[in-house]
Ligand binder design. Sequence first.
Ligand SMILES: [Fe+2]
Ligand SMILES: [Fe+2]
Length: 184
Amino acid sequence: VQEQMSEKRFRHVLVVQKAAVELAKQYGTDVEKASIAGLVHDYAKERPDEEMIALIKQHGLSKEIIDFGNNIWHGMAGWILVRDELGINDPEILRAVEIHTVGAKEMTSLDKIVYVADYIEENRAFPGVERAREIARVSLDEAVKYETKGTLQFLIENEKAVYPQTIETYNAWVVNERMEKFDK
Ligand SMILES: [Fe+2]
Ligand SMILES: [Fe+2]
């Protein structure tokens, strides 16, 4: 993993791994899987665009992905490199890597842990990160909700493209409760 990225990114990866292990212990999830998933989650982040586009085409992934750039590719397609180059075949780990940036409508505890660990790791310093850490100490689901809302707000404020699955995640994790209240 270290050979695949800059020193700075590797430092990020190591603290995501650490945060993932802490969350896994706290929430009673497989610590080893959380550790490995944290370690490999950004494995493909520094791959050249041409290589990632070729990978996406070769594996017949949705063409819509190509418009979004490596912020989306390194997860949605990067898991394939984790599998093929690192020999990690555990579907739960690969899935957590796949959706670590965009989330999903349905997420396992491991998915949530990697998603949240990436957001709250100790070197993050964006507004709201301390609140995200507090929430993560109390509820993993609430942490997913807070992060999803924050991510979408950030994308909109910066006029950045929103990947459709990010909206699905938002609808599932942020909106649902309110819709249930309206139903009653
Ligand atoms: Fe990432
Ligand atoms: Fe990351």
